[in-house]
Design a protein around this ligand. Structure first.
Ligand SMILES: Nc1ncnc2c1ncn2[C@@H]1O[C@H](COP(=O)(O)OP(=O)(O)OP(=O)(O)O)[C@@H](O)[C@H]1O
Length: 276
């Protein structure tokens, strides 16, 4: 552990592990406040891989985005020979993935509350020129049962004035078709992924399904969006309309994050089966 980190924070128990690092709970020695510290093992990110370059970008991107109520905040950054230590907001340790597993589906009113927070975070990223590129339930942390924070900017990219990106980044169920087609793509890949997240919250299963990664990719590319009656009978037509506009293969017709936030399902709490 870095000396400066130990001087400023008391490092407590391990609370999680990812591919490149370990997350600990810590408390500030000056205020007693609790935080999480994510320590990235630099040896695992060495080399020229896209992963390595992006992971080292994560603190820069968090700095650019902070503060936002629904994005994990970076408070301090320390570096020693072996690690990069990021002191960030401490969440409950639960994420949207756990919540969906525990509940099967999320009632529409609750889904709207959490999804609106997610889209505010995504819209803020896009206004700052940041594309997350790996929006999925595991990266949406629960600060409490009714507050989410978007996390894990290890695959994110900064783009200038509508600049396009390339390279296959993301997770099979959530990846946008234009990424799979190897085309240049922009920030609307995040809108597609957030649409998949919303669908899963309401249905309990993904809109584009396959047994293998290849089968999932084929389903995504077909983009055949269905709302099985048995699952969606209690779900409002308004949210189905929003899902069609987010999970739209034609990027020029797909909503932007700002347009999603202006959709009636978000702005008009009374629309549809929200109170069910
Ligand atoms: N800010 C946080 N507050 C509380 N727990 C956290 C926080 N950040 C991460 N965790 C926990 O630590 C685990 C590891 O997080 P990390 O971001 O290193 O990796 P990951 O996103 O799960 O995986 P990978 O980096 O391999 O994709 C998470 O699954 C979560 O349980």
């Amino acid at each position: 552990m870095s000396e400066a980190l130990n001087r400023d924070y008391l490092i407590c128990e391990e609370i999680g592990r990812g591919r490149f690092g370990t997350v600990f709970r810590c408390t500030s020695r000056s205020t007693g406040d609790s935080f999480a510290v994510k320590s990235i093992d630099k040896s695992l990110t060495s080399g020229d891989s896209l992963d390595a370059q992006c992971l080292l970008m994560e603190p820069k991107i968090l700095h650019l985005l902070s503060p936002h109520p629904h994005i994990i905040q970076l408070y301090n950054l320390y570096e020693d020979e072996a690690h990069l230590h990021m002191v960030i907001d401490l969440c409950s340790g639960e994420d949207l993935h756990n919540l969906i597993i525990a509940n099967g589906v999320i009632p529409e009113a609750e889904a709207r509350l959490l999804f609106t927070q997610l889209m505010r975070a995504v819209s803020h990223c896009h206004k700052c020129g940041v594309v997350h590129r790996d929006i999925k339930p595991d990266n949406i942390l629960l600060e409490s049962r009714n507050t989410v924070k978007l996390a894990d900017f290890g695959s994110a990219e900064v783009v200038m004035d509508g600049e396009m990106m390339n390279g296959v980044v993301g997770t099979p169920y959530y990846v946008a078709p234009e990424v799979l087609l190897g085309r240049e793509y922009g920030e609307k890949v995040d809108v597609w992924s957030a649409g998949v997240v919303l669908y899963i919250m309401l249905a309990g299963f993904p809109p584009f399904y396959g047994e293998t990664a290849l089968e999932i990719f084929e389903a995504v590319l077909r983009g055949n969006l269905r709302f099985p009656v048995t699952t969606f009978q209690g779900v409002s037509p308004t949210v189905k309309d929003l899902l069609r506009r987010m999970l739209c293969k034609d990027v020029s017709k797909r909503f932007s994050a700002e347009q999603v936030l202006r959709h009636p399902w978000i702005t008009n709490e009374e629309s549809g089966a929200g109170s069910s």
